[in-house]
Design a protein around this ligand. Structure first.
Ligand SMILES: Nc1nc2c(ncn2[C@@H]2O[C@H](COP(=O)(O)OP(=O)(O)OP(=O)(O)O)[C@@H](O)[C@H]2O)c(=O)[nH]1
Ligand SMILES: [Zn+2]
Length: 359
């Protein structure tokens, strides 16, 4: 980077009065530093605002275009736009990426959303509240390099929100917890820290907890649910799609994509280790590398439980997430392979047993 465009492209606070259209789209120094001022003029940045079968809808400072479909990009991605040779547009490195494995047999990876800054994990102060589910979402966010923030909605329908808040706060010291009435006037104010200009946020959580209500409160007069757009697909037909990246009143972008709503914890190993770093450190002190923290001697986890330093329920949730994650990460062939290995081991154990049996 050099010269007079530095401040402009790096989105520095040195130019607060002139709103750069790219700022609103979420452009930041993280992306600017992957290129230089000359390249930016030749191939201006564009962001994927929605994904369709016919291609990727992209938006730039004064560009509104469609890139040909490609599997390695998703909503929220940034490209350097090659006007002369559109398919050659260059995909920029991501700040964060949410992906999932498809539930089908082939279990290929689907990219759900890129470059989200904050994931609001929404649950209500009632029967929906489930600490294990919250933990899953937090692990998923950590794994994707997205900052998780827990929002506890419907406080007005609950006698005492404190127990919910205390439990949610016990998940991690690094995750903010906000009690928020989604139907109140103070939503935008309460979420302002995370919804500044140029930020990209998403809402995760079960149906009916208030995600749309919160998103609409941020949007002000705009109604996100009715933000459908009509466009012409590659065969010239009119199609109606939901927009996926909504630029709302506070200046932030709200990402709403169907894939987000179906997220499960899949291969979020890094997130699980972040979330349970203390337990993983303890585990390293167990005598056996494959300690099941069950009946093994010199088990550091059991010792810490006995001393009352850690909580049994949390240990159980951690073990389940690790097991689930290991299984989810396996491909179908690996699973078969593993099954084969397993049956071999069982057979050999049986054999050993038989041979050692007294005649
Ligand atoms: N009293 C009260 N009602 C709320 C609150 N948050 C959401 N609601 C109501 O709960 C209902 C469901 O809210 P939605 O925003 O549609 O929930 P959602 O999470 O978007 O649900 P899906 O679209 O199914 O995923 C609506 O009738 C909201 O008005 C809250 O904090 N207090
Ligand atoms: Zn152990």
């Amino acid at each position: 980077m050099n010269g007079k465009y530095d401040a402009f492209f790096a989105n520095t606070p040195a130019t607060p009065l002139v709103e750069n259209p790219l700022d609103r789209l979420g452009w930041s120094s993280f992306f600017a530093q992957q290129t230089d001022a000359d390249a930016l003029l030749a191939t201006p940045p564009v962001r994927v605002t929605s994904v369709h079968r016919s291609g990727l809808q992209v938006q730039g400072a004064d560009i509104n275009a469609i890139l040909p479909p490609r599997k390695d990009a998703t909503v929220g991605d940034w490209f350097l736009y090659e006007a002369e040779n559109v398919p050659e547009s260059h995909l920029l490195e991501r700040k964060s990426l949410i992906k999932r494995r498809s539930p089908g047999k082939d279990r290929f990876e689907q990219l759900i959303a890129a470059n989200i800054d904050t994931a609001f994990i929404v649950t209500s102060c009632n029967a929906d509240f489930n600490i294990a589910r919250l933990e899953r979402y937090v692990a998923l966010a950590f794994d994707a390099d997205v900052t998780p923030v827990i929002l506890l909605t419907k406080p007005d329908l609950c006698d005492d929100t404190q127990p919910y808040k205390t439990e949610a706060q016990s998940i991690s010291d690094f995750v903010a917890v906000e009690v928020i009435n989604a139907t109140s006037d103070s939503v935008a104010k309460q979420l302002a820290t995370w919804c500044k200009m140029g930020q990209t946020v998403a809402f995760l959580g079960s149906s009916g907890v208030g995600k749309s209500t919160l998103a609409n409160a941020l949007a002000g007069n705009e109604n996100i649910e009715t933000g459908a757009i009509r466009e012409i697909d590659s065969k010239g037909r009119h199609t109606t799609t939901r927009r996926e990246l909504h630029f709302v009143g506070t200046g932030c972008a709200v990402l709403d994509t169907p894939g987000m709503r179906e997220l499960q914890l899949t291969d979020a190993a890094a997130g699980v280790s972040d979330l349970f770093a203390d337990l993983q450190t303890l585990e390293n002190q167990c005598k056996f590398r494959d300690c099941a923290h069950d009946s093994e001697p010199n088990c550091a986890i059991k010792a810490a439980l006995k001393r009352g330093e850690i909580d049994q329920a949390r240990v159980t949730r951690w073990r389940r997430l690790v097991a689930e994650d290991t299984f989810n990460t396996l491909s179908l062939s690996e699973r078969k392979h593993k099954e084969k290995d397993l049956s071999k081991i069982i057979k050999s154990l049986d054999l050993k047993n038989r041979n050692e049996r007294p005649k």
